[in-house]
Design a protein around this ligand. Sequence first.
Ligand SMILES: Nc1nc2c(c(=O)[nH]1)N(C=O)[C@@H](CNc1ccc(C(=O)N[C@@H](CCC(=O)O)C(=O)O)cc1)CN2
Ligand SMILES: Nc1ncnc2c1ncn2[C@@H]1O[C@H](COP(=O)(O)OP(=O)(O)OP(=O)(O)O)[C@@H](O)[C@H]1O
Length: 215
Amino acid sequence: MNGEQAIIQERKAQLRLRMSGVRGTLPPEQHREYSEMACARAAGWLSHNHIRSMLVYVPFRSELDTKPLIEQAWQKGIAVYAPRCRREDCSMTLHRLRSWDELDAGSYGILEPNPLVSPAASEEFVPEAIFTPGMAFDRAGGRLGYGGGYYDRLHARIPFSEGAGKLPVWAGIGFEIQVVEEVPMEKTDARLQVLITEAGCLQINEEAEDGTDAF
Ligand SMILES: Nc1nc2c(c(=O)[nH]1)N(C=O)[C@@H](CNc1ccc(C(=O)N[C@@H](CCC(=O)O)C(=O)O)cc1)CN2
Ligand SMILES: Nc1ncnc2c1ncn2[C@@H]1O[C@H](COP(=O)(O)OP(=O)(O)OP(=O)(O)O)[C@@H](O)[C@H]1O
């Protein structure tokens, strides 16, 4: 690790500390209302872009509740996939999710698809949209996760998938209170193309000026 990377990682650690409690400050009623508003925006965005398959996180801790989005997608016949963590190498496998019964407590206590009921999709499979979780986001596509690098690794693998046709659109979905001025980004961190919150759906078009890759 070089000095510049070490500084960015230290800034990320500080931002994680600052943001870790923020989502939890939303009163339950607001948490539910904002989750529904953001999910409705996300569902509208899917329709507008004729998206037929998506990867989406199943919420844990105080994350935005993506269940209304998943149910909307089921109703519209959009194929829903959820990730399963492999802690050994911080990678994720993608599993088709057809009902809530297919989920079990997995890594970190996150509800994940039971692989016996829903086997992993092939490594070549690429969903048309990927909704990422985050502790913080910025308006230039910056995203801060829990620090496992799970989504960065997924991004690193997908463009190189054998036979991958269209690349997915990467969209962050979270609460407006999670949007900060700037998330520190390393070279391996990819930027989101869309940011959806209860307040709006932001299309991020600008070229990054710091050399970080776009999702
Ligand atoms: N709903 C959801 N699913 C997700 C993610 C997410 O952010 N949200 N992830 C996004 O990448 C991955 C899981 N990443 C995680 C990484 C660390 C910890 C965690 O609890 N870390 C401890 C400290 C270290 C440890 O116990 O190993 C902590 O925060 O206290 C949780 C999830 C994949 N699935
Ligand atoms: N493509 C990759 N291959 C290997 N290691 C990677 C890759 N991308 C990121 N990493 C490493 O993973 C670690 C965590 O990265 P980072 O802090 O960006 O996680 P995060 O985006 O907050 O987490 P997550 O994606 O799990 O929510 C860092 O040490 C980073 O160098």
